[in-house]
Design a protein around this ligand. Structure first.
Ligand SMILES: [Zn+2]
Length: 613
């Protein structure tokens, strides 16, 4: 156990007894016969193997590939590791749930918390022939949900953060409730529905015993001394002049980067000394009272995590376009100049509005992070984070990108549920193609989508990730997502896609179901089979094309996709034909009656994302 927790125990002796008894448990009931391991022995063996550097021993005890890979990499990287405080959660006859924890110590505590999450968690043990052993891992979020956070935060620049988080949670798992939280957090108080409750907190996992019930209120009060390590500033850095906490620092509770069950509504009340400016990653309002700057913020769409940035030397400038605030949090010398940012914002806004109507968002923050190198660094909720300086806003080479316009386009969608990142990143990347064409002309569109196809393969998403399940935003939704919009623009016509998109945006329901029904309405046919083939497959179409006489046979060698496929055919008499076949099955034939085929080109306009077998 870490020192931090001992301190919290001293403050709140009421928990001491619970924690100690919970650790040792009532092992008498789980004794093995004389030949096998008792549950306690089995756990002790795993704890010991975790601390040593012997993969063979560890793998025998923990037969889970992902955890074994993690252990091997920790050993290889020579990271200091300590087994934490394991705990038996519950036992029923020949099976048990056990909290196993391992602490890693190598750098930033947020990174340590995330890395340790590969091991620290809840495991199922079973007793076979009198001997207990580990069988499988239980995902902490499988039956529980985090629905709301109400956060009160006080920031002491250069030092620490204190947090009171009131969460609304649904608990439906027999083990209770567990969430990740930065492993150096000093918990001062924890209540469930207003009452103190049994919990343990170790290696970045907070576990509490709880009844199954929806709409419970979990309140946590804690503080974190934030690092100010000059060589490791990515996840968090609290300098005297500027600093930040990124969501990956796990400075407030959440399940993981890829859970569908912790997308929650946030409201925030922050205080910081008034000499500092503060940018949450959400639309915000601020005021100064006495010596404090107070910032209040609210999430626009459900999210798992927030980021926070502060800086003493920023100037905060607000530009208004219709109902949208563009707020730039940056020092005077920031580049691109704030007025150039606004001009680009305004231009992108006008182009997108012409096609898709008014956006639903009302805020875009541009935040300078002076601890970072130049460039656009990341997006977090409603802000775009730059380094000391930003970078190119739009470019046609080497690969066309409307980097800044992409961020502006995010103001048009606000989805939840499956395929969220298709409707977020796929949409914004598709919007880039429209913005690029408005600046460089239509011919740039095919170049843009060729480079997106390359991105899809470079990202190694093929066979691994679908748009439907990309909760973690692993990258697949950008290229393949943009391509799906592009294919839809050919299937429906650009104008119809614009109409469907405009209706979807204004509908107030940005689920994939709503998207599908708005597309179906303009197409006057059910678009679900078409969309699902692209959203649910982890592949793209793999085609095999065979000619025999005047027939061209098209075979789909992988998953079945629905799409239109164009052919340019040269006939023996020297004339050309363009034919489109709507693929709906794995084998279809295009037969030509206009003459004799001499040669043909598949997809001459590069309108489809596919590979040849
Ligand atoms: Zn984006």
């Amino acid at each position: 156990m870490t020192l931090n927790f001992r301190i919290s125990i001293q403050f709140y002796p009421i928990f001491l007894g619970i924690i100690l008894t919970a650790t040792t448990g009532s092992f008498a009931q789980h004794k093995a016969n004389s030949n096998g391991n008792s549950l306690k022995q089995s756990i002790a063996l795993i704890d010991s193997a975790f601390q040593h550097n012997n993969a063979e021993d560890f793998n025998k005890l923990v037969p889970i590939k992902g955890v074994q890979d993690f252990y091997a990499s920790v050993v290889e990287e020579k990271i200091k590791k300590l087994s934490g405080k394991s705990k038996i959660i519950l036992v029923s006859k020949d099976s048990a749930l056990v909290f196993l924890s391992g602490i890693l110590l190598y750098g930033n505590s947020g990174d340590e918390t995330n890395y340790a999450a590969n091991y620290t968690g809840i495991y199922k043990f079973e007793r076979v022939a009198g001997s207990w052993s580990l069988k499988s891992r239980i995902e902490i979020d499988r039956l529980n949900q985090i629905k709301k956070h109400r956060l009160g935060i006080n920031i002491i620049p250069g030092k620490s953060i204190t947090v009171k988080d009131t969460l609304t949670i649904d608990i439906n798992d027999s083990y209770g409730f567990a969430t990740r939280l930065n492993h150096t957090a000093k918990l001062k108080k924890l209540t469930l529905n207003g009452a103190e409750t049994e919990f343990s907190f170790d290696a970045g996992l907070l576990l509490l015993k709880a009844r199954r019930k929806n709409g419970q209120t979990l309140t946590l009060e804690y503080s974190i001394n934030v690092e100010r390590e000059e060589t490791d500033k990515n996840s968090a850095y609290f300098g005297d002049a500027y600093g930040h906490l990124r969501n990956q620092y796990v400075w407030h509770p959440f399940f993981s980067f890829s859970s569908p069950n912790d997308r929650a509504d946030f409201s925030l009340y922050c205080t910081i000394p008034k000499a500092y400016y503060l940018a949450t990653s959400l639309p915000q309002k601020e005021m100064v009272i006495g010596g404090s700057r107070i910032v209040e913020a609210k999430s626009l769409n459900p999210t798992f995590g927030l980021s926070i940035y502060y800086d003493k030397d920023w100037e905060v400038n607000t530009f208004r376009k219709d109902h949208i605030d563009l707020v730039v949090y940056a020092t005077k010398d920031f580049l691109p100049e704030k007025r150039a940012l606004y001009a680009e914002f305004s231009k992108s806004y006008d182009t997108l509005q012409k096609h898709f109507g008014k956006p639903i968002g009302n805020y875009l923050g541009i935040v300078q992070d002076r601890s970072n190198t130049d460039g656009w660094k990341n997006r977090s909720n409603s802000i775009v984070v730059a380094g000391v300086k930003g970078s190119t806003l739009i470019t046609d080479k080497p690969n066309p990108r409307a980097t800044f316009g992409h961020e502006v386009a995010h103001g048009w969608t606000n989805p939840t549920g499956p395929a969220t990142n298709f409707l977020t990143e796929g949409w914004a990347t598709y919007a880039e193609s429209i913005l690029l064409a408005s600046v460089y002309g239509d011919s740039i569109t095919t170049t843009f989508f060729k480079s997106q196809k390359q991105n899809y393969f470079n990202g190694k998403f093929d066979g691994k990730s679908s748009l439907w399940e990309d909760y973690s935003n692993n990258g697949v939704s950008y290229a393949k997502g943009a391509w799906l919009f592009y294919i839809l623009s050919h299937q429906l016509g650009k104008k119809h896609l614009s109409t469907a998109m405009t209706n979807f945006i204004q509908s107030g329901d940005q689920s994939i179901k709503s998207f599908t029904s708005h597309l179906s309405a303009v197409a006057q046919s059910d678009m679900k089979p078409f969309l699902n083939s692209w959203l649910k497959s982890k592949e793209i179409p793999v085609l095999e094309i065979l000619q025999s006489g005047n027939s061209i046979e098209i075979l789909q060698a992988g998953d079945l996709f629905l799409f239109p496929l164009e052919f340019k055919i040269r006939l023996k008499d020297g004339t050309y034909l363009t034919k489109t076949i709507n693929m709906q099955t794995k084998e279809q034939t295009l037969t030509i009656s206009e003459g004799v085929i001499e040669s043909f080109i598949v997809d001459p306009g590069s309108k489809l994302l596919f590979t040849m077998k």
